[in-house]
Design a protein around this ligand. Structure first.
Ligand code: ATP
Ligand code: MG
Length: 396
């Protein structure tokens, strides 16, 4: 579609599910997230709410594709309708403008169509049914191959008569979901893998604002590995809005566990300490839950028994949105949200560096507890140190 005629977008959202006060919260959050997203691209955009509808008005030159792609990442949007706006100067001018619109956007149109007029400006001298009929006639005259079908038209031409005239005929699908900020905040455990960025995206889609924590183990894990996680956070932030990424230096804790505990229990014990530290930052940031990319049975640390052992140390709820997904299903979402290529960059991960040849797949909680008592002497101070030296990187 040509962009020079399009000077606004009508934003459709799932208002049916919204009642009373929730509706305002939903709309306000939607508008806030749209503004945040549009601020990042070239052009002057104004997001407004008029008579219960949300519009983006474009006040300068802009890139149509870029604007649409940006709006397609704002959760809560169900449809994006590119709108051409004309001055309201009576029916004669309206019919000419509608023909101009048709010629620009559907040149030589020869399918079926229907005109749907809404008259919000009651002082306009014709009723909407009359406008439908008259405009339909004009279009039939100008496009001899076209015909009217009011039940299942191939082209639905919407005309809204307000202070100005709004014309649109296309609805581009939005991402659905709920606007970020309508459902509190969660702390994502973000690794450099495929699963956790997808998990973050999925929870953000339910309206949850996200912060993140990444455990690295320099010098065993490199600066590049850390940069990859920062890059992933930035990719997720295109959907979720700004993320405060907590980069925790986990090396001393890992080495201490490695020294003190049976190696086949390393992964589980390490993951329990990750959860404890993540929970600390979750509380500090007023998050109401932790989020991980775990999926039942994917690896040894994700059997039901292992998940139970990891979960045991958490008092906040742990959300695992990909828990029932096969790898392939997670990969498909990773492609859709464009994190896959970054996730597969081959940098070492702190979990794989100290991993045992034969990790326990059915950890026994009593045994894990006993092993953890061997850490009593130093673990509290090591955790305090890790928390104290954590670097926070805000990505947007
Ligand atoms: P992913 O693809 O997300 O890395 P994975 O399949 O590699 O997951 P694990 O390594 O067992 O699985 O990690 C399970 C989950 O634990 C991850 O999805 C992530 O939420 C969290 N996690 C693992 N390693 C780290 C890390 N270094 N920093 C932060 N979170 C991590
Ligand atoms: Mg991983």
């Amino acid at each position: 579609m040509e962009d020079r005629m399009i000077n606004a977008f009508l934003i459709k959202y799932a208002e049916i599910a919204l009642k009373g006060k929730n509706r305002h919260l939903f709309e306000d959050a939607l508008i806030r997230q749209m503004r945040l997203a549009l601020e990042k691209i070239e052009g002057e955009f104004q997001v407004t709410k008029e008579q219960g509808r949300v519009y983006v008005h474009c006040h300068s030159a802009y890139d149509f594709e870029e604007a649409v792609e940006t709006l397609q990442k704002v959760f809560g949007i169900v449809g994006i309708c590119p709108v051409a706006i004309y001055e309201e100067k009576g029916f004669e001018q309206l019919s000419q403008d509608v023909l101009t619109y048709m010629k620009e956007h559907h040149p030589g149109y020869c399918g079926t169509f229907k005109v749907h007029t809404r008259r919000a400006k009651k002082s306009f001298p014709m009723e909407s049914m009359e406008v439908n009929a008259e405009l339909g006639g004009c279009i039939l005259d100008a496009f001899p191959g076209a015909s009217v079908d009011v039940h299942e038209p191939q082209l639905n031409l919407s005309v809204e008569i307000r202070e100005r005239i709004y014309v649109y005929s296309q609805t581009i699908p939005g991402p659905g979901g709920m606007p970020v900020g309508t459902n509190g905040k969660g702390m994502l455990l973000l690794s450099g893998g495929i699963d956790s960025p997808v998990a973050g995206y999925m929870i953000a889609k339910r309206g949850v604002q996200i912060d993140a924590v990444y455990f690295h183990a320099p010098p065993y894990t490199s600066e590049r590995a850390k940069q990859k996680v920062v890059d992933l956070a930035r990719l997720v932030a295109r959907y979720s809005g700004p993320i405060n990424l907590h980069v925790v230096n986990f090396t001393d804790i890992q080495l201490y566990i490695y020294d003190q505990c049976p190696h086949e229990e390393l992964t589980i014990i390490m993951r329990r300490y990750m959860m404890r530290i993540a929970e600390h930052f979750a509380r500090e940031r007023k998050c109401m839950g932790l989020i991980t990319g775990e999926s039942i049975g994917q690896v040894a640390s994700q059997t039901m028994q292992s998940l139970m052992a990891t979960n045991e140390v958490c008092t906040l709820p742990v959300y695992r949105p990909v828990i029932g997904f096969d790898k392939q299903e997670i990969v498909e979402i990773a492609h859709k949200i464009d994190t896959f290529e970054t996730s597969i960059q081959p940098f070492e991960d702190c979990c794989t560096i100290f991993v045992a040849k034969h990790p326990v797949t059915k950890p026994n909680l009593k045994i894990i507890h006993r092993s953890e008592t061997k850490l009593e002497e130093k673990i509290d101070s090591l955790m305090e140190e890790a928390i104290r030296t954590t670097e926070v990187i805000t990505v947007e």
